[in-house]
Design a protein around this ligand. Structure first.
Ligand code: NAG
Ligand code: NAG
Length: 512
């Protein structure tokens, strides 16, 4: 099956060969994995409550990929987690969660200016609702960022269904479209503006922001992204999930077009992979990595890099070894083929501008000839959206969300947010490249046969496949690992391996 893999892509031919010492034997690999997991456990706040068990489970899962049954290797189902139907999203309000404070009795009006691209803004909007809740404030529908790198004039209502946003959260927080004129006229000064530090605590908002809000009646928080701490009490985490996974719905036209593309994919194939590629020139330049494009690339990216004055000099090779470089489209394709996806798999590529355009994508297309993107599927329907990068991103978000398998080449906001959402929606398979391990495999690719490469990739990807037991307390950002909002079914499924029965202990909410 591996015969049609393109072995002599220019991408690889030009890459510097490294000595034998540059990559690990399987033994060293597993030793470093083990060491990694031990170190990880040590970093956890509590060692005594089930984390040991979770490590054992994890290693059982890791062994699973190669476990032998009747002499055959039993591969994991690359399309769907075996355990996904044991979990479901749970973000209902608790019985003691008090109702929203009405506008007339609130502590004032909270204005929010979000920051960044569509998905970074999504985290800001989510946290805005929670901060309004903490402050007993009336939230004014957040303003979107028009000046980010992504330059998009769209307002909230152009992207999200604003009435649904307001009504679906009405029990939690009072949200209005604008401050009433009467109130505006009665205010002596314009709203006070401040930028909270990153990851501020609820206490910060109560101690610093609340007195200003009470004094001025309106407070505007700017650059609002990741301005609220990751850890919050369970009820507030669930509120985050209600906002992110339920209240933030795209407008009907965007939703309609996204679903149309999903239908088109499904008509061609009952299941498909969505690959989210971030490969914009700016992003590549910023990374300081080298992507195999020779002197032309080195020159072009270093020119772009001059735009930022404070960037350190990075060694491209080191950055790659450290797993800091987004995978090239070809590398993503290789990883997928190595994991076992066949060349007749249908793929949807979600992306903005790709550095090198068609030339960069060709090696991926060769690996997966059934290659589609929104431009190919939507045709004329896409025209009204072309000037609006956030609306285009929303369409990719929808198709990626609906895909059977979601893969990214990067660790950006969309990758994290969709990974979390897909866990919430029933642990739909989400593959995140373990770039650090894969980089040495890609480098050594020409020195091993396909089967060896494939096995090494499978081994490197354990723990990065979107399996339920990858969620461990303290791991990552809440929107990537929304532990408080994922519950386990109580029904004990028959015939499950024993590890299935202790699995829930890895999630703190399930034992409460
Ligand atoms: C918000 O309202 C609730 C219920 O009325 C009250 O218990 C709480 O102290 C209020 N918090 C703030 C910050 O005003
Ligand atoms: C997949 O690979 C096989 C064997 O190499 C080849 O015959 C077939 O045409 C390929 N399928 C597609 C969709 O390219």
């Amino acid at each position: 099956m591996a015969k049609d893999v393109e072995l002599h892509s220019p991408d690889f031919a030009s890459r510097k060969r490294i000595g034998r010492s540059g990559w690990s034997s399987p033994k060293a690999l597993s030793r470093s994995l083990l060491l990694g997991s031990v170190l990880f456990s040590l970093g956890l706040i509590s060692l005594l409550t089930g984390h040991i068990a979770s490590d054992i489970e994890w290693s059982q899962f890791r062994g699973r990929w190669r476990s032998k049954k009747g002499g055959y290797r039993v591969p994991i189902d690359i399309w769907k987690s075996e355990f996904s139907n044991l979990y479901y999203g749970c973000s209902d309000r608790g019985p003691n969660f008090r109702p929203a404070v009405r506008e007339g009795r609130s502590n004032g009006y909270l204005l929010i200016a979000t920051s960044g691209g569509l998905n970074q803004q999504r985290t800001g909007i989510t946290d805005a609702v929670v901060v309004a809740r903490i402050l007993n404030a009336t939230l004014v529908v957040p303003e979107l960022d028009h000046d980010s790198f992504w330059k998009d004039e769209s307002d909230f209502a152009n992207i999200f269904d604003v009435n649904w946003f307001i009504s679906s959260l009405s029990k939690d927080v009072t949200i209005i479209k604008r401050i009433p004129d009467k109130v505006m006229r009665s205010m002596e000064k314009p709203p006070y503006t401040m930028r909270p530090p990153r990851k501020s605590t609820p206490e910060y908002y109560l101690d610093v922001a609340l007195p200003i809000l009470l004094r001025r009646r309106a407070l505007q928080l700017t650059k609002f992204d990741y301005r609220l701490i990751n850890e919050l009490d369970e009820e507030l985490q669930k509120l985050r999930c209600r906002v992110n996974y339920h209240a933030l719905r795209f407008t009907k036209p965007i939703q309609g077009l996204g679903q149309k593309l999903v239908k088109k994919m499904r008509r061609m194939s009952p299941r498909f992979i969505a690959i989210h590629l971030r490969f914009e020139p700016d992003m590549l330049a910023f990374s300081g990595c080298y992507y195999g494009g020779g002197d032309k690339e080195r020159y072009e990216l270093s020119e772009i890099r001059k735009r930022w004055e404070t960037l350190p000099d990075l060694n491209a090779e080191d950055e790659r070894d450290r797993g800091k470089c987004p995978l090239t489209p070809f590398e993503v394709g290789l990883m997928l083929r190595a994991l076992g996806f066949r060349n007749n798999t249908y793929i949807y590529v979600a992306s903005g501008e790709i550095y090198g355009g068609e030339d960069t994508l060709r090696p991926l297309r060769n690996l997966f000839p059934n290659f589609y993107n929104k431009e190919m599927l939507a045709g004329e329907d896409l025209k009204p959206y072309l000037p609006f990068s956030s609306r285009l991103a929303a369409i990719d978000y929808i198709v990626s969300d609906e895909s059977d398998v979601f893969v990214t080449n990067n660790n950006g906001n969309m990758a994290k947010i969709l990974a979390g959402r897909r866990r919430y929606m029933g642990h739909k398979r989400t593959i995140r490249p373990n770039a650090k391990k894969l980089s040495s495999l890609f480098k050594g690719r020409m020195r091993m046969n396909w089967k060896t490469f494939s096995n090494k990739v499978k081994s490197a990807q354990k723990g990065f496949m979107g399996e339920p037991d990858e969620m461990r307390p303290g791991r990552g950002e809440f929107h990537e690992f929304p532990t408080s909002c994922i519950c386990r079914t109580t029904a004990v499924a028959e015939g499950l391996p024993k590890l299935g029965t202790t699995r829930g202990e890895t999630l703190p909410t399930l034992t409460k």
